[in-house]
Structures are given as C-alpha cells and as structure tokens.
Write a protein that binds this ligand. Structure first.
Ligand code: GCU
Length: 340
C-alpha cells in the first residue's frame, strides 16, 4: 500500500512536469521526458538496495551520461521495489510507463522461452566465463534482440553471482537434506522444476516477500547470492547457507524500445558506452563485495557450508537436456561450453 502510494507519487510528479514542459502524453509516454524542464531523466526500476553493485554502477552511469550530454540526459535508479516488483516493472517498461528496469533472467522466460539457456543450473563455470559471454555481442545479439517485437530491448546483462540454498533449520549437504523443504524460487517454471530435482519444493514469489514468508513459516528458506542474503537480512532468520552453487543467472537491463529509439544518435552512443562500463564495474564490485557480505552475515549468526556439488549436478542434469530445445538455445549452449 505504502509502496503503491510512493509509486503513484513518483510517476505522477513526472507526468505533471511533463505536461508543464509541454511534452504531453501522460503516464504512458512519461518514461523518457524532461524531469526538471532541461534534463531528460530515464527512470530505472530496481528491486534491490542502494548498496547493491548494480545500483552503484547505474548511478555512476547516470552521472557520466549527464556530464557527457551537457546535462541533457541522465538516469535515475529507484531501489527497493519502489516502482514495483520485477514482474510488474517489465510490463511498465513495455508500455513505456518507465524507461528501464533491471530484471532477473528467469522472468524473461515467459516473454521468450529461449532466455532459459542462461538460467539453467551449472551453466556457467565461473563469473569470468559468465562475463565473457555477457560482454560478447556476437554471442548475445540474437537473444537480446528477440523481445524487440514486444517493445523491449535487452541492453546488457549484469552478474548476480552464484545462488545457494539457505534454510531456517539445518545445513544442506545432499539433495536428501532438502526433502519436504519449501524453498522460495524466482517466478519461472524452470526454477520450480529445478528445485524439485534438487530435492525440495519450489515456492515462487517476488524477492520482497521472502523475509516475511520465512519468518512466518510459509516457507523454510530461499536460494540467493551472498549479497542479497546479507543485505535483505535473510541471514537473521535462515542461518544455514549451503554452497549448492546451482545457478548463476543474469540480471538484464531492459529498456523500452520506443524510449531508446527516440534518443538522438550521439546520446545512444554515450548510453551504450557507459552501459558497457557499468557492466565491467558491476562484475568487479560484485566479486569484491562477496567476502564483506559473508562477514556481515556471519556476524548476524549465519553459518556457511560446502555441499556435495556432484550430487546436485547429477540431480538437475535432466533439466538442461529438457530445456535446450531450439536451434538458438543449442547454439548458445555450444558457444558457452567452447569457453570452458
Ligand atoms: C537476485 C537477483 C535479482 C532477483 C533476486 C530474486 O538478487 O539479482 O534480480 O530479483 O535475486 O531472487 O528475486
């Protein structure tokens, strides 16, 4: 409720400025219009806190864009799901209500199932390998452009580290330890199947609901990277963090096609260059922040443990077989494996 009010205030305010500035169009065309009459502010919906490397990298990108366009263009990131949970913000980007959003890979599968390829368990061997793939347009081009007919451009992929299971009551070592455990997963059928194969029961929901769901016993735990585990304080209520390392999903920066295409050519170039720098720095920051996040979680009572990775890899292997169905996903899979 509180969030809804903030959201309408944020959007409403810009609609008012837009109308005063004589641009017209109302909320639907609000995404890239002048915030203060002089500067066009491209809004980014973000579901994580200001401390997150993606927030920091995008904030810097906005500052650099402002400098390089002599104050004409900038971006503003709205953290903590202020503009809504990821699923809703995708629709808002599509309709042009907001310019951009950062969205976890699994959510794109319902827009184009081929996105599954980067969301499969044990797809990437390391963050380095992930970076080689995400920063190579020859590999990503077809997939990233595949939503353009739906009004969305995928402009970049950030890292979100590796995801690991955490539980309220005990450490996990093998799939048997997840038996009967309700684990929150991101909203995709692939994630649900994955959790089933890992031995648990997947419960899909947005990130913002997880803390209360664990606290109230609706679920027994979740799966996420160390940064979110620590920053969203899940470590306080689910202290057993087990290194299953089952997923390394991308977080995509998506932009409304309409907004991007209307940018002048020189601004597009600046946008693309600064975004590439943001991805570079985000990978580095993310890596640097893992140890700090772990230390903070440990201080709050969390216990980290290794697991029998081979047992988990074996358990989820059928999913990869099942999901790589199309020519594009098969081709992408081959290209990733060629980097091993
Ligand atoms: C990670 C990821 C987010 C995602 C979240 C989740 O934090 O970076 O994009 O929303 O996990 O589990 O929902």
């Amino acid at each position: 409720m509180f969030k809804k009010r903030i959201l309408s205030a944020i959007l409403g305010l810009t609609v008012a400025t837009t109308l005063i500035a004589g641009c017209g169009g109302g909320a639907k065309k609000d995404a890239g219009k002048a915030g203060d009459g002089k500067t066009t502010v491209l809004k980014v919906a973000f579901n994580q806190p200001e401390t997150h490397p993606q927030f920091q990298a995008l904030k810097k990108m906005g500052e650099e864009m402002k400098k390089r366009t002599n104050g004409k263009y900038t971006i503003e990131v709205f953290p903590n799901e202020l503009l809504g949970a990821q699923k809703e913000t995708m629709e808002m980007v599509q309709s042009g209500t907001i310019a951009m959003s950062v969205v976890g890979g699994p959510l794109l599968e319902s827009w184009n199932p081929d996105f599954v390829v980067f969301n499969l368990p044990y797809m990437f061997k390391s963050m380095d390998e992930q970076k080689k793939v995400f920063t190579n347009p020859k590999i990503t081009k077809d997939l990233f452009n595949s939503l353009s007919g739906k009004g969305i451009l995928v402009k970049a992929a950030f890292t979100a580290g590796s995801r690991n299971v955490y539980l309220k009551g005990h450490a996990v070592k093998t799939p048997a330890d997840l038996k009967g455990m309700k684990i929150r997963v991101m909203q995709s059928e692939t994630n649900l199947k994955m959790m089933e194969l890992m031995g648990g029961v997947g419960t899909p929901m947005g990130q913002g609901e997880v803390y209360t769901a664990i606290q109230t016993g609706v679920i027994d735990g979740g799966e996420n990277n160390e940064l979110i585990y620590s920053d969203l304080k899940h470590c306080e209520i689910a202290p057993y963090y087990s290194y299953t390392r089952h997923l390394m999903i991308p977080d995509y920066l998506i932009i409304s096609k309409d907004v991007y295409e209307k940018l002048p050519a020189d601004v597009k170039k600046i946008f693309d260059e600064e975004l590439a720098k943001a991805v570079e720095s985000e990978f580095k920051m993310f890596n640097d922040n893992i140890a700090k996040a772990k230390a903070k979680a440990e201080k709050a009572g969390a216990k980290f443990n290794d697991v029998d990775i081979d047992a988990f890899m074996k358990a989820v292997a059928p999913l990869t077989k099942e999901k790589l169905k199309t020519d594009l996903t098969k081709k992408l899979y081959k290209e990733i494996r060629a980097l091993d």
